[in-house]
Design a protein around this ligand. Structure first.
Ligand code: ASP
Length: 329
């Protein structure tokens, strides 16, 4: 029987209903787990590891590093890993780990739930059972299992606050669909050789959402000395205001002068940035911006954090950002 390590990090799946809201409940989660789902032991030999208990909105790179270390330290003893995690930032953590765990050869599956395990209509049981079963299979990458689908971690994004179908992977088909049978679509391995824990992430990235009537003088307060990359969440195929006093082009010039990388992703979930299509995109290219192609914000952001932590040269960082490292574009 396959051996799976179930790592607890918090989120709704580790919470208990309390009045109108939910609260983290570190003491009872593993008891609830075995009392509610004794059949889990039919699927795999499961060990649990309470790594931390946090609402996922409180997580940062230090937690991603703890997670990567936990996988690395237990790598030889287990066939697969399931990470219980809050849904709010699950796609960021999954993307960060996809870059940090180089040459991964075993499944690392994130899951969580929209309702706490103890709630009668909870989706926790189904997501957890599915995730554990997927972790016994032949995946060699970081995935997110939610509502009967397995998504590539760095392609997934949280799309719904209230639906059980909380995640989507707009630009890449699910790795697996879970029905009566589990239909696997893609089983790829990125990188050759042994697992390398390269989890290290810079915080010198700033995300700017373009919007109508954005006042560029507000950006004068941003210290370009403290950042090495800006991600602009642009409209559509990569557009933002380039006319008159609201033009963002002077800001792009300031970034270029300060040696700050400017990468463009889209506010639209589906399809890809194309900076050649409209005047604004072409101007962005001319003023030194690079394209995030069809990457999610989560993938683009954690990829830049990862690259900035590992490389000094702006040219290297920009080249690598535009290449697919672990299937993220
Ligand atoms: N706020 C929670 C979290 O991300 C939401 C959830 O788990 O669904 O930790």
């Amino acid at each position: 029987m396959k051996k799976i390590l179930l790592i607890q990090t918090g989120g709704t799946i580790a919470m208990n209903a309390k009045g109108a809201g939910v609260e983290l409940d570190p003491d009872s989660w593993s008891k609830v787990l075995y009392e509610e789902i004794p059949e889990l032991s039919d699927i795999a030999e499961i060990s649990t590891f309470p790594l931390f208990f946090e609402d996922s909105s409180d997580l940062n790179a230090s937690h991603w590093i703890q997670l990567a270390n936990c996988v690395e330290e237990n790598y030889s003893q287990y066939d697969g890993f399931v990470i219980l995690h809050g849904t709010d930032t699950m796609a960021y953590s999954a993307s960060a780990l996809s870059f940090g765990l180089k040459n991964l050869g075993k499944p690392v599956i994130f899951t969580g739930s929209q309702l706490p395990m103890s709630s009668i209509r909870s989706d926790a049981r189904r997501n957890l059972v599915n995730a554990i079963e997927l972790a016994t299979m032949d995946f060699k990458e970081v995935g997110i299992c939610f509502n009967d689908a397995l998504y590539r971690g760095n392609r997934a994004t949280k799309m719904s606050i209230g639906d059980f179908d909380a995640f989507g992977s707009p630009n890449f088909n699910p790795l697996a669909d879970i029905g009566i049978q589990i239909q696997t679509r893609v089983a790829e391995k990125f990188g050759k050789g042994k697992l390398e824990n390269a989890a290290s992430y810079s915080d010198e990235v700033f995300v700017l959402t373009a919007h109508p009537n954005l006042n560029p003088t507000l950006l004068e307060g941003l210290s370009l000395k403290k950042i090495r990359a800006v991600i602009i969440r642009a409209f559509g195929s990569g557009n933002f205001c380039v006319k008159g006093e609201k033009s963002l082009l002077p800001f792009l010039d300031n970034c270029r002068e300060a040696g700050v990388t400017v990468a463009i992703v889209s506010q639209a979930d589906y399809d890809s940035i194309d900076l050649t299509q409209y005047t604004a995109g072409r101007a962005a290219l001319k003023h030194g911006a690079i394209s995030g192609n069809d990457m999610t914000l989560e993938a683009a952001l954690t990829k830049l954090m990862f690259l900035l932590a590992h490389y000094d040269s702006k040219t290297d960082i920009e080249d690598l950002f535009q290449q697919s490292l672990v299937g993220e574009l």
